[in-house]
Design a protein around this ligand. Structure first.
Ligand code: ATP
Ligand code: ZN
Ligand code: MG
Length: 329
């Protein structure tokens, strides 16, 4: 209930609690009413309005500047080389990430039509009868990107130079987690600062970003905290992986209490140590031949933008001047 603009405030009439909307639904309604997000009618899928996109682009600019100021953490101090990929990437690369092993429920594949006139006629006939026609499409050689960094590991040399490698990646991610909470989308953007190298370099990189990301998000006037976290690995075996990740302190989330006490605080960014997972799967080794370790600090662009609107109100013109300054508004 700490939010000045009523996102978390329970403002329903007494006695109306049975029909009252959840804080998530109310936040969603306020974003749609303000034209910040655009409803597509499908849970977790939104268009972005002009004002929302303006703030998100400012955020990207601030992150670019933060990365420049963090070139001390990159090979030779030369900065993070920029990589940009689309929301779709090769299945062969997807396979190497092993994502389907850990998160089959979140993943998405692309199916396409490669039939001829006959198959097309059959498809159209089924469609006219109001039947399913998806089985006329077949999965091909592409998948949806689940984490912005996934396409980049394929681009790294199998033997890294002495100082390792770094990458600045940004792009759309798909995760099939439909939700009434606008903070949880199915299609969203993620900006990541990735470092690849020996375990010591990786640990130092993550430790440095834990402080830098924290300071940066604080400068936006967000009530952010750092918490140890784990990924929602699928199934019973996944519980063990999740516990292992938590125990080894490999994932830290930067969380903001979007809904006050009504829901757990939401992660707007995370700093992750993937240890030698990607190094193994993509056959990347350090100069001395040991398997490379990787880390990424990932900023959820929609989530951080939404945290700003939740915290400071849906009218960015009325945001505190310090926040406007931090975002160069
Ligand atoms: P959560 O615990 O909320 O599911 P996550 O651990 O899956 O988050 P990461 O895999 O660490 O998230 O992804 C990095 C960042 O991407 C998150 O901190 C968040 O800001 C953003 N993100 C992740 N999933 C979503 C989503 N469904 N919608 C919007 N942003 C997301
Ligand atoms: Zn990553
Ligand atoms: Mg998740």
């Amino acid at each position: 209930m700490t939010h000045p603009h009523g996102v978390a405030a329970l403002d329903d009439e007494p006695g109306s609690s049975r029909t009252a909307k959840s804080p998530q639904q109310r936040f969603r309604d306020s974003l749609l009413a303000a034209g910040l997000l655009i409803d597509t009618g499908t849970p977790g899928l939104y268009g972005r309005g002009a004002e929302f996109e303006k703030i998100l682009i400012r955020l990207e600019d601030v992150l670019t500047r933060a990365a420049e100021l963090s070139s001390d953490l990159t090979p030779g101090g030369l900065g993070y080389p920029i990589y940009r990929f689309g929301p779709i990437f090769p299945r062969a690369t997807y396979e190497k990430t092993d994502y389907v092993e850990s998160f089959p429920d979140l993943t998405g594949a692309i199916s396409t039509f490669s039939g001829g006139d006959r198959e097309h006629r059959a498809l159209m006939a089924a469609r006219t009868r109001g039947e399913q026609w998806d089985h006329f499409l077949a999965p091909g050689d592409t998948m949806l990107v689940s984490a912005a960094c996934h396409p980049v590991y394929e681009q790294l040399p199998s033997r890294l130079p002495e100082e390792g490698a770094a990458a600045d990646v940004s792009g759309y991610c798909f995760r099939n987690e439909p939700s009434p909470d606008p903070m949880r989308m199915r299609s969203f953007r993620m900006r990541e600062f990735v470092r690849i190298g020996d375990p010591e370099t990786i640990r130092a990189h993550r430790a440095a970003w834990l402080d830098r990301a924290f300071e940066l998000l604080r400068s936006f006037g967000l009530d952010v905290e750092r918490v140890a976290a784990n990924d929602p690995f699928f199934g019973r075996a996944g519980k063990l992986l999740a516990n292992g990740q938590l125990d080894a302190d490999l994932k830290t989330e930067f969380v903001v209490p979007i809904y006050g006490d009504a829901a757990p605080a939401t992660a707007i960014a995370s700093a992750n140590d993937a240890q030698d997972h990607f190094g193994q799967k993509f056959s990347i080794s350090c100069a001395d031949g040991s398997v490379a370790h990787t880390t990424c600090t990932a900023f959820g662009l929609e989530r951080t933008t939404l945290a700003l609107f939740a915290t400071h109100g849906t009218d960015s013109g009325a945001w505190p001047s310090a926040v406007k300054e931090a975002l160069a508004l």
